[in-house]
Design a protein around this ligand. Sequence first.
Ligand code: MN
Ligand code: MN
Length: 459
Amino acid sequence: MEKLLYEKKNVWDCIESEEEKEVFETARRYKNFMDRAKIERSGVKEIIRLAREHGFKELDQTEELKPGAKVYCLNHNKNILLAVIGTDTLESGVNVIGSHLDSPRLDVKQNPLYESDGISLLKTHYYGLLKKYQWVAMPLALYGVIVTASGEKIEVSIGDKEDEPVFYISDILPHLGKEQNKKILEEAVTGEDMNLIVGSIPSKVKDMRFKRKVLEILNEKYGIIEEDFLSAELEAVPAGKARDVGFDKSMVAAYGQDDKVCAFTSLEAILNTQDNKKTAIAFFVDKEEIGNVGASGMKSRFFENVLSELILKEKGEYQDIVLGRLLANSNVLSADVAAAIDPTYPEIVERRNAAELGKGISIVKYTGENGKEGANDADAEYIGYVRKIFKENGIVWQTAELGKCDSGGGGTIAYVMAGHNMNVIDVGVPVLSMHAPYELASKADIYMAVKAYKSFYKY
Ligand code: MN
Ligand code: MN
């Protein structure tokens, strides 16, 4: 008889020394990815670079789709779909793993530059749910694009190379912080306090000297004028690389592990997928952190459009009903991070149903808040299906939910995917300090995610 009582396993107890080497090797590749993929635009670029290395070709440039064909399709430079065509027809369903490339950060406003008290600053507007007080008094890098009125696109990436400057948001010194200390945490640092310091040398020209000096430098470096900020998309993110954590180097601290840890692990899985029966799809979306909106977000028509293109290329013709059947027969892992039990703040979770670091990939049946509102709430049949796959492939996994019943909540792309009538469940890596400038994950769980996603594509 199988073991009567349910007991979680620790991944480290389940692996031999050879496999342990692979855990650390996977983490090394992961840190590399994280250093190159700080924002969704750079994430997409890195995905394309690695996909091309593994033989993927642009879907537009592929006439006919045969089993084994590897294609990718890019959307608005922030959202991308990778597919490995299987031997079964598309109509019989596809296996999808969806993750998101956007993470909480500070976006530069459209008319951002001003000077005050001998300092030049950029106004920012925070993106996603974040604790503002965590983002001050630390080095920040700037990534994104500036599009000029003539249509030229200038790429900006500054603050992560050794010789590059960083940017900085000031905070009140503790000596004079009596009033600030009395405020509730949420109001101690406000959105309009998140002003990025970008310079302090005055221009030789006498009007608006500090602001002007910054513009002189930007004009020399990028050829832009102040008005060009109006059509820019610049994102301030923590500067610095992903790092090993602990005497045993068992964990990784990095910016944006929600959700690039699942983007990376599902990417590794699809890059190594071949001889698959069902077509394997890895979908990397944008705008999850602000509600799956926008043309590059999960609610966009793009996902269906690409599936329609695939059907057209497979069959030589397209019918709506085929897409409908494809969706109804498809299985999805919404690959997103779960909240792990924090030993310092265990009270926010209900232990029996919370993920623990190092105990494998988490399956989250439902997210949502106020009684599962907004949750996907996967059905038992589908959880059973995923369990079976994980069991057959030696995947160490655990069940999780997003906090205690009344603690709050959140959502993922799962409910949007499920709205297409596909089987969907959240399966991802547990993290500590989610949405903080540096989040923490276990290398064992990261490795287990790669293994789990690979096994999912085999069925
Ligand atoms: Mn997420
Ligand atoms: Mn998030």
